[in-house]
Design a protein. Sequence first.
Length: 480
Amino acid sequence: MKNRSKTIKPSEKRISRRQFVGGVAATTAAFTVVPRYVLGRTGYISPSEKLNVAVIGTGGQGIQNIKALLQHSEVQIVAVCDVTEEADYSRFYYGGTGGRKPALKLVEKHYSSQKSTSQYKGCTNYVDFRKMLDKEKAIDAVLVATPDHIHAVAAIAAIKRGKHVYCEKPLTHSIYEARKITEAARKAKVATQMGNQGHSGEGIRLTCEWIWDGAIGPVREVHAWSNTGVDWAGYRVARPKETPPVPSGLNWDLWIGPAPKRPYHPDYTPYNWRGWWDFGTGAIGDMACHNMDPAFWALKLGHPVSVEGCATNINPETTPFGSMVYYEFGAREGMPPVKATWYSGGLMPPRPAELEPGRQLAGGGNGILFVGDKGKIMCDGWGGSPRIIPETKMREYKLPPKTIPRSKGHHQDWIDACKGDKPASSSFDYAGPMTEVILLGNVALRTGEKLFWDGQNMKAINVLQADKYIRPEYHNGWTL
């Protein structure tokens, strides 16, 4: 059910700095399958070595994840779950259809040649992920690609059953959920990964290595942006009054999940849910986990000192068409205080003087700009290729050694972690705290206040009404 607009491409104990920026799990994930090297064989992967994966949420991004997993011979997709039987995504950049039926068809077609062997025993499909997790005992790992408001309940349900979890971004719908899901995964010692795919790319690693090398000196400002979010919720600022019938094949009560009850309307699903506060997290929730990720890693960001924001059309129902969020972070590990600004809906930072005439900021509608004492680095969205500006300065720079281990691929790293290898780099120990900070921007927007932040206790110390956005109430009998 993950979707994006056409304009984009694809205890009281403080969380330690090492846990926040290292992307290293507290302990190595327990073995769920026997690795090939233990068996002394390479190449062919026997059925006993397959990682049995279930997918919860088979809309646009869910289908994309299924296609990616099917490219890995060590993975077997054994179950799919979605509250929708089939939905039309032809209006959106995903194209085609999503839901249980298309997902099952895709999986069955891929494994069709194995049906006559013992390698493939079929793929089951479910409407309710809780029933699937209770019944399908062979599941080793779960991939969650539902709307944001279902992320935490689905992921924690899997974690409590000892399943490894890959969850799309943003990791959760609220700050409280992000803290709880991080703690649950660490306690269960399961392998985790958030779906900010650029975190496994070359660009973000180069950015970190250059900044740590002093390429632009101490960094004191960061600007990150995305042009998404303008048309979500169809420019509405209130709920639709029409109450059309629920389409055949959609379980509306399960789609609503822990959110407050409301009548079905096509403005909520399969696509525009991102633009409604009860279900989505707006542009910052959608894209900051991609485009601000290089700043969190390279600048070793933890909890901010303060956050404030401004936006168009602030209202209780829908996310803003455009917004700016200002974060202030204190000094960290030899790095000076830094101010980070997020822009959405087509808003952009001022054009750097260093850019040559006719040259645009990297990434166009999605990107990030680092401002240091000795220069600037700009990168495409999704942690894409960094460049020092102007280009003459880039050509003069002597590239440092590549010190950060390179990734085999975002899904592959999670698969390897599930099999007992090192934790994936965007494990929940990294992604959870980052999600907390990103979603704090929405709290600032919704309260309309500058928040002074006690990150350890998840508290805006000067704005009591922020609590209802930090830890929203669950409804309809749902709990974590």
